[in-house]
Design a binder for this molecule. Structure first.
Ligand code: ADP
Ligand code: ZN
Ligand code: ZN
Length: 736
């Protein structure tokens, strides 16, 4: 009898499966695909996943090694999970072993057992609820933790505390000793005995109700819904009520958001509404916590998962619904390694599982709007703000020839004074962190450049550093020009740090917080700032794109975008779409409560068609004309693209690669795929590597993929390919 052959996926960057023999003394036929195996690999052992069992191998049996051990009794990945991952591996032309690595948590990838320890939850005691945290002033860490508990209406799990601050444990232990905090044993309550709802739903307006009904009618079937609603129109409320129906059917919900740590308020709203546990999955958790969340969803002991893009692959025992909030957000596309679009795979997964998928946004992506046009997606529209909130008024402020101080025009400063005098908050948006993007010598013109990139070093005065935002290179701030040794060094351009300093001068008695990647690096600092803003301790909020992400600032009535122009000129056709989305998203932060908001955009291009359309006619009209432009130029979504990136420390090496590739393309490109390039990437050198790219484009997706299939197999064998770093990005969202 022929021995059985195990075809396994290994986490290595190779486009193939590996053949092994079953473990010695074990009947291979009893083992199911989807289990993890420990296998010998070179001098090492690795954790593999069994993909299929068959009877042939291209290698002779005596060359094959035996699997060392089987790590799971039951498959870690179901047949459907494997099918989805295989589809993704094929579509994105990425090795299956690495795709699987994205789908399972680190601990399981390393072969750890699937058992999980129940998480402890902590809650305030009666004493803790009534104690003034200022009595703990002498132990600031304990005070900080007590504040955290007192500001959260519910108990906190280990995972939540870790996400908030890695070093919470000693302080919590001290608070337990002082009987201010106690350990809750939530695991003693069984899932069935619990009610689903903690707080009742709101009374919906008719549009919300229509949206809810449309999706609820489709539960148990495939369908894609695009929920388009301006910020504050009540999308989250729609999610919550649909989720309630899904839970009532005993099914699970997967909710994907761009970045959880930036939107702690969303998680809070889920916890306020539902009495069931909510599993979290994002990169700020420990390996153990991510594993626990994953296993709970797989085993069906938890019904709701809130996570970032990789959470999409979490196995579900009783899948009911997938939601993607802020579906237009670029962070749903992974930009390195396995370059997948969580939005697109979510649709494929929902189809496979026969469940609906709900995409929500105030500014839907052009792709999704196009799919609505094509009647592939069903549009649900919430045209108005929920409750009593009014939509903000957008206006362009022409700053040509106007006096301007550190990015703030006089007219804007006047508006700010007016708003602040009413005790309302101002939000300023500038999408550049640091003090200034350029350091230049006043006498000889020397500019501080990154030695490893085609980029200027950005000045960070706070840390007295020059930093490259592309490769992370840092150096001490220079005192003297290294070229002429004489000239004065001048900061050129505007970053958030610089505006912050200007604000301190102009608005002396006002409090400003700056929210950007630098100021919120410490865990918990963003949450602290958000809280200060919400309790009204802050007058001016200044920040980068972090501000465009779903925060509610009810007392903000004036929003200013300091520099819209910098986004208007780009060779990447995606940039206009992103700029329009960003403007609308930032605008949405204003006037959410009863106070109407105003949005001012400072520009030197007051007649720019993009800005004018957006302001006079709104995002939908912008999207319509942008789609027409894309159609005229045969750009996505009217065609399909794949970007081959090639990098090398040597400027010549990629050219040899492209020469060899040209031969392959000639051989295999029997269809109509256009080949654009090779050319230098817009940033030709980054982190010491020269960067080239080649774009494939075809109006027929199938034809493009046939070509890519053929090429990938052969590229992997090219000797020139071994001397460079190359990667393929299918449906790229960023052409840099
Ligand atoms: P979005 O997710 O679209 O930004 P939210 O669901 O967060 O909108 O709703 C914005 C605000 O309006 C929230 O404070 C929410 O509680 C409130 N809200 C939502 N729906 C209703 C409703 N039907 N009636 C009253 N208030 C509502
Ligand atoms: Zn000089
Ligand atoms: Zn650099």
């Amino acid at each position: 009898m022929k021995p059985l052959i195990f075809k396994v996926a290994l986490p290595v960057p190779l486009y193939r499966l590996f053949d092994y023999l079953p473990p010695e003394g074990v009947d291979g036929a009893l083992i199911k695909p989807g289990v993890r195996l420990e296998v010998p690999f070179g001098k090492d052992t690795k954790t593999a996943v069994l993909i299929e069992i068959c009877e042939h191998s291209e290698l002779s049996t005596d060359k094959l090694k035996h699997v060392l051990s089987v790590l799971d009794d039951k498959p870690l990945l179901s047949a459907k999970d494997l099918q989805l991952l295989q589809w993704a591996s094929h579509y994105y032309h990425h090795p299956l072993g690495e795709v699987i690595s994205t789908a399972i948590p680190n601990a399981l990838r390393q072969g750890k057992a699937m058992t999980i320890k129940a998480e402890k939850h902590y809650a305030l005691t009666e004493l803790g609820r009534t104690t003034d945290s200022n009595t703990l002033k002498r132990s600031p860490k304990q005070k900080c933790v007590l504040d955290k508990f007192q500001s959260s209406t519910l108990d906190l799990s280990e995972a939540e505390l870790t996400a908030w601050n890695n070093h919470w444990r000693p302080a919590v232990t001290a608070l337990i000793r002082k009987e201010l905090v106690s350990i809750e044993l939530t695991e003693s309550v069984s899932a069935e005995s619990k009610a689903i709802i903690r707080n009742p739903p709101l009374n919906c307006n008719s549009q919300q109700q229509q949206a809810i009904d449309s999706v609820c009618q489709k539960l148990g079937q495939f369908g894609v819904f695009l929920l388009e609603g301006v910020t504050g129109s009540g999308k989250t409320e729609v999610y919550l009520q649909i989720i309630q129906s899904v839970l009532a059917r005993g099914q699970q919900v997967l909710i994907l958001v761009p970045e959880i740590t930036l939107t702690p308020q969303l998680e809070d709203r889920f916890k306020q509404r539902f009495a069931v546990d909510i599993a979290l999955s994002h990169s700020n958790l420990t390996d153990k916590q991510r594993q626990a969340a994953w296993v709970q969803m797989k085993q069906g002991t938890c019904s709701i998962m809130l996570g970032t893009r990789s959470a999409l692959f979490t196995p579900l025992k009783n899948p009911g619904l997938i939601i993607l909030d802020e579906e237009h957000d670029a962070s749903f596309k992974q930009q390195e390694g396995f370059r997948f679009s969580a939005r697109d795979i979510a649709v494929v997964r929902a189809k496979q599982l026969h469940i609906p998928v709900l995409l929500g946004s105030a500014t839907p992506s052009l792709e999704s709007l196009y799919n609505v046009d094509k009647q592939r997606y069903q549009l649900l529209h919430l045209p108005e703000r929920a409750g009593t909130a009014l939509a903000p008024v957008l206006q362009l402020m022409d700053i040509r020839n106007k006096r301007i101080q550190e990015g703030l025009s006089e007219a804007l400063v006047v508006e700010m004074h007016k708003t602040l005098a009413k005790n309302e908050q101002v939000l300023l948006f500038l999408n550049r962190r640091g003090f200034a993007p350029t350091l230049i010598c006043h006498s000889c013109g020397w500019v501080a450049r990154c030695q490893r990139c085609d980029a200027n070093m950005v000045i960070h005065f706070d840390e007295a550093h020059l930093k490259c935002h592309h490769c992370g290179q840092e150096q001490a701030l220079l005192k003297q020009c290294p070229a002429c040794k004489a000239g004065e060094l001048i900061p050129l351009g505007l970053g958030t740090e610089r505006v912050e300093k200007a604000l301190a001068d102009i608005f002396k008695d006002k409090v400003t917080v700056r929210l950007d990647r630098d100021s919120t690096q410490r865990k918990g600092s963003l949450e602290n700032y958000l809280q200060q803003i919400n309790v009204g301790q802050v007058d001016i909020i200044l920040g980068t794109q972090m501000l465009a992400k779903g925060h509610h600032f009810p007392n903000v009535t004036l929003v200013a975008i300091l520099d819209v122009d910098s986004g208007l000129f780009s060779i990447d056709f995606h940039v206009a779409e992103k700029l329009a989305q960003m403007i609308v998203q930032v605008s949405g932060r204003a006037g959410r409560a009863e106070k109407p908001g105003k949005v001012i955009m400072q520009t030197r291009q007051p007649d720019h068609p993009l800005l004018v359309t957006l302001i006079q006619q709104g995002y939908r009209s912008f999207a319509k004309s942008a789609l027409q432009e894309r159609k005229a130029a045969a750009l996505p979504p009217f065609s399909y693209q794949a970007l081959l990136r090639v990098q090398s420390v040597d400027i010549k090496m990629p050219q040899d690669f492209f020469k060899a590739l040209a031969g392959l393309i000639e051989k295999h490109n029997t269809g109509q795929t256009q080949i654009l390039g090779p050319v230098f990437a817009p940033m030709a050198r980054r982190a010491g590597l020269y960067r080239y790219q080649l774009l494939f484009q075809n109006v027929r997706r199938q034809e493009l993929h046939v070509l890519l299939d053929a090429l990938i197999t052969e590229i992997a064998k090219l000797k020139q390919a071994k001397k460079v770093r190359w990667s393929l990005d299918v449906d790229p969202v960023d052409l840099y």
